[in-house]
Design a protein around this ligand. Sequence first.
Ligand code: PEP
Length: 263
Amino acid sequence: MRKPLIAGNWKMNKTIGESVDFVENLRTEIAGVENAEVIVCPPYLAAHEVARRVGGTNIGVAVQDVFWKEQGAYTSQVAPKMALDAGATYAIIGHSETRGRFGKEDMTPAQFAYFAESDETVNAKVHECLAVGLKPIMCCGETIDERKADRTDEVIKAQVENGLKGLTTEQAAGMVIAYEPVWAIGTGEVCDTPEANRVCGMIRGTVASLFGDAAAQSVRIQYGGSVKPDNAAELLSQSDIDGALVGGASLKVADFAAIIKSV
Ligand code: PEP
């Protein structure tokens, strides 16, 4: 039995005070919810205080990224063990916004190049998280051009294979993978439910071919991309969708709580 994981990715939103207010309200709204695991992903600077406030509740904390080294001269970076020390138990890795796959029109090429994550850095981050006991939520997703060119499965398969490279079967079995079609993120355009479930099933098949059926049955695969209160129940009832990675709709307590309760 895979317990659905509902994660709210706040991206570059919310001060420490706003983050604390949010979780104080959310804890009341979802008190007693046990059929889903719930995490919020605040900006780094709020993660510690949020983790302190949700102690003893059914809400956990994730960071939105990590670096792949344990420590050292890596200005601006955060090591997985620092995230763990701050109270996070999960880390998002390889989000399309850190992979630079979102195609923002309001950036110059030099600015855009800042978002330069690759399958190789994703894989290094996954390994460092697992080495210290932080659970990775590894994102994958195709762009609209890749989908139109019928390359969705090939792109997703490569991201999953490369991201999971070198893991043990046990490590792979404990992974969370988020399928997030890039064209559905923050656009209001949700992937059709049967298609989202098909791709999540294809990801599970890829895990099975690499690590065996038992690992594939235990890995949790989330869908992400314009999940809202009115489409969550349908998406979350699918056989291969084990939760949601929610962006915009996780910024309001009422919306996020409604998504959690639709599990
Ligand atoms: C995301 O950023 O992971 C995401 C799915 O965003 P949204 O829900 O806003 O599409």
